[in-house]
Design a protein around this ligand. Structure first.
Ligand SMILES: [Zn+2]
Ligand SMILES: [Zn+2]
Length: 291
């Protein structure tokens, strides 16, 4: 048998998943188990603005014998365009990073409070902030408000809740706290982490992609559920040309009534996990220990 001198690590990794720590439907442990049952060798847990799922996910990953890639997803804005930044392998206790996560979560809570106040003014006084916060936990967001409106029978679907009330320009819309991509990227790097531009094809404006690369992201998520084959090839090529790590993941939010994306249906080789680890001063220093 002929052996390669340096075989790449075996297996596949899905680097983009959400749990009940933000707007997913499965607990971190359940989601990791689901990912492991799909034959993945590593799963990235990237809840919005929070690391609250890391410890539980890590324990479940160890039990399942797979690698946990700790991360989060930050929503930034340039003008009216949303740019999502995935952050991997950062030190969650680094003060500026911890402060950013607190600020973004505080913003989410304020946003929920203001949206509920607006719904009350519109006459929907049965909408309860407490129940929405119970749904959303640390990372409450518009999907939680929408789900509550569906349950109350105010609207029939999540989409209708957004169209009538929650989308930009609608009567219960509240803008999020301002965070620009360059600021998020700098803070993630300052915490020894690896910032990656999430789903560039969904931004809808490649000038923003170019600017975000110039602002210093270290990776680009070319492989994503909602990217076409052509987009995957295009952004993978762009990433390689720019010297970036080319990442990928499903963006699974767990089983949902509207759309269930199974972890691992988009994946990258474990070599990508090695590259992310190698780029993270925090990982190199701590071996990824969360203690
Ligand atoms: Zn996103
Ligand atoms: Zn996501």
């Amino acid at each position: 048998m002929v052996r390669m001198p340096m075989p790449p690590p075996a297996g596949r990794a899905d680097l983009h998943n959400h749990t009940t720590a933000s707007d997913g439907t499965l607990s971190p442990a359940e989601h990791v188990k689901w990912a492991a049952s799909q034959g993945l060798a590593a799963v990235g847990i990237t809840d919005h603005d929070t690391i609250a799922g890391w410890a539980e996910a890590r324990a479940a990953a160890e039990e399942a014998g797979i690698d946990l890639v700790p991360g989060c997803e930050l929503s930034t804005e340039v003008g009216k365009t949303e740019v999502h930044i995935l952050a991997y392998y950062f030190d969650p206790t680094e003060p500026a990073m911890a402060d950013l996560l607190r600020r973004m979560r505080g913003g989410r809570r304020r946003r929920a409070e203001e949206a509920v106040a607006k719904l009350h003014q519109l006459g929907y006084t049965e909408v309860s902030l407490e129940r929405i916060l119970a749904r959303g936990g640390e990372s409450v967001g518009r999907p939680h408000i929408a789900a509550e409106l569906v349950e109350l029978g105010v609207v029939r679907t999540i989409a209708e809740a957004f169209e009538r009330f929650l989308a930009r320009g609608r009567p219960a819309y509240v803008p999020r706290p301002k965070l620009e991509p360059a600021e998020a990227i700098a803070i993630v790097k300052g915490a020894g982490g690896v910032p990656v531009l999430a789903h560039p094809g969904l931004i809808g404006d490649d000038r923003r992609v170019r600017e975000t690369i110039a602002a210093g992201v270290m990776g680009i998520e070319a492989y994503h559920t909602d990217h076409s084959d052509l987009q995957r090839q295009f952004y993978a090529r762009w990433g390689l040309d720019a010297g970036l790590v080319v990442t990928g993941g499903t963006d699974s939010h767990g089983p949902r009534a509207t759309r269930t994306i199974v972890p691992g249906t988009v994946s990258v080789s474990m070599d990508v996990v090695q590259q992310l680890k190698a780029l993270s001063p925090w990982y190199r220093r701590t071996g990824g220990s969360l203690a």
